[in-house]
Design a protein around this ligand. Structure first.
Ligand code: SF4
Ligand code: SF4
Length: 196
């Protein structure tokens, strides 16, 4: 997704494993200030730098290859009604694990709950993978099956979010890939659409 464990965007401090310690690199004035408050911090030596470089090389070696995210995003723009959705969602159980673990998912619901003396309006964490998420008061549901809900998750991250914010709503952390009970892999979904 163009990011990775060594992406410094938006960070104040960068940590790298260095044996029994961490090599910490300040990236902003805020990071510098934070580091000053710790007695355990000492200047890195050659051995620390070598250990950190080794850990970095190990991490890079474990990372999967690039996902054709730009190609997929441009194909998704015209793929809302594509027949690919008919099959690609079939393994999905609708459990929402992928959305609850995702660092970029932020869907929520507003509910009114009774209290002893009145009521309060609360915001609940929710998921686009659940049927109730889009159920209207009329009984109509614009995303009535797992096909529409699966499509929404992919389209939101790789098409709508790109159109609205100029970037995909995925940092490539792999949590959804690792934890989906049906082994649905967002990389494979993107590869499928990129190849259309
Ligand atoms: S974790 Fe997998 S099975 Fe569960 S909702 Fe997400 S894609 Fe579907
Ligand atoms: S790989 Fe992307 S979609 Fe999956 S959990 Fe991480 S940020 Fe979310």
């Amino acid at each position: 997704m163009g990011g990775g464990p060594f992406d410094e965007t938006g960070s104040d401090l960068m940590f790298a494993e260095a044996g029994e310690a961490y090599l910490v690199r300040p990236l902003s004035a805020k990071g510098e200030k934070l580091l000053c408050g710790f007695d355990a911090v000492r200047e890195a030596g050659d051995a620390d730098l070598a250990a950190a470089r080794e850990a970095e090389a190990r991490a890079v070696g474990r990372m999967a290859g690039d996902v054709p995210v730009d190609a997929a995003a441009s194909k998704l723009a015209g793929a809302f009604d594509d027949a690919t959705w008919d099959d690609i969602h079939r393994k999905c159980l609708g459990c929402a694990v992928c959305t609850y673990l995702c660092p970029t998912c932020h869907c929520f619901d507003i509910g009114d709950e009774a209290t002893r003396a009145g009521g309060e309006r609360v915001r609940n964490w929710d998921s686009c993978m659940f049927p109730l998420f889009t159920l209207h008061a009329s009984g109509h549901n614009p995303r009535p099956s797992r096909k529409e809900r699966f499509r929404q998750r992919i389209m939101h991250k790789f098409n709508y979010f790109v159109e609205n914010n100029g970037r995909v709503a995925c940092v490539g952390c792999g949590r959804c890939v690792e934890n989906c009970p049906a082994n649905l892999d967002v990389r494979k979904v993107l590869e499928t659409f990129a190849a259309l």
